[in-house]
Design a protein around this ligand. Structure first.
Ligand code: HEC
Ligand code: HEC
Ligand code: HEC
Ligand code: HEC
Length: 127
């Protein structure tokens, strides 16, 4: 009996922690990095919807973040530069692989998902 209370509490604690993280997340982030030749418009990511409604863990995207209290994830561009460096993907490829990689995987499983091919379902018109 006591054991199950412990497990229940642990699960509850986990939920509370992830909920606390998720409620602090901004509604949207506009991804608009500098490139030598910017070919497409910026991408507005429904940040909070992804984290809360679609239940995507922070570290699915912020994959190098240890989620320690008081720390913030680094920008992707802190590590992924315009050109690929050794094993570290270039910036566009890092986003495309992260975003479309997940959407394509969900599509394969027949689950609701985001855009997998149509550029302008993610990219805004170039201003
Ligand atoms: C699932 C969302 C998504 C889809 C679909 C998508 N992209 Fe992107 N793409 C992004 C994100 C996010 C970035 C990063 C933007 C930035 O760094 O400013 C990006 C960056 C880029 C860049 C580098 C930045 C620039 O403007 O030059 C190019 C080029 C690009 N995408 C082309 C395409 C093309 C072509 C398609 C369609 C075949 C496409 N993308 C479909 C999300 C998407
Ligand atoms: C679907 C991918 C994805 C998920 C899930 C996600 N983020 Fe983000 N987040 C991003 C992107 C992309 C940026 C923009 C930074 C960049 O492009 O370098 C960002 C930016 C941020 C920023 C800085 C800018 C701002 O507006 O706050 C913080 C802090 C942050 N995320 C925290 C979180 C936390 C906490 C979670 C989990 C509750 C989370 N993120 C879930 C992709 C994601
Ligand atoms: C602190 C540095 C750092 C940050 C910040 C970072 N990355 Fe990475 N990323 C790496 C390194 C190093 C690798 C290659 C080694 C690995 O796979 O872990 C990588 C690999 C990847 C891969 C390839 C994984 C695979 O399965 O092949 C993707 C996709 C990716 N990053 C996307 C992102 C996105 C999107 C962001 C921002 C939300 C981001 N990264 C932020 C350092 C970083
Ligand atoms: C780990 C999985 C995962 C990752 C990573 C992910 N998405 Fe999604 N995305 C989803 C799911 C799940 C849905 C929609 C499910 C639904 O409609 O119920 C979605 C929906 C969307 C939609 C359409 C609905 C909306 O909320 O705008 C867009 C656009 C989108 N994603 C863009 C992005 C971009 C841009 C990135 C990368 C920065 C990204 N996604 C990364 C899982 C993911």
């Amino acid at each position: 009996m006591k054991k199950w209370v412990g497990v229940g509490l642990a699960v509850l604690f986990g939920l509370v922690v992830s909920m606390a993280l998720a409620t602090g997340v901004t509604e949207v982030v506009t991804i608009d990095n500098q490139y030598t030749a910017k070919k497409k418009g910026p991408v507005v990511l429904s940040h909070k919807k992804h984290a809360v409604d679609y239940k995507v863990a922070c570290v699915e995207c912020h994959h190098m973040w240890n989620q320690k209290k008081g720390t913030q994830p680094k920008k992707c561009s802190a590590c992924h530069k315009e050109k690929k460096r050794g094993k570290v993907l270039g910036l566009m490829r890092a986003y495309h692989k992260n975003c479309m990689g997940c959407h394509k995987e969900l599509k394969k499983q027949g689950k609701p998902t985001g855009p997998t091919t149509k550029c302008n379902d993610c990219h805004q018109k170039k201003s």
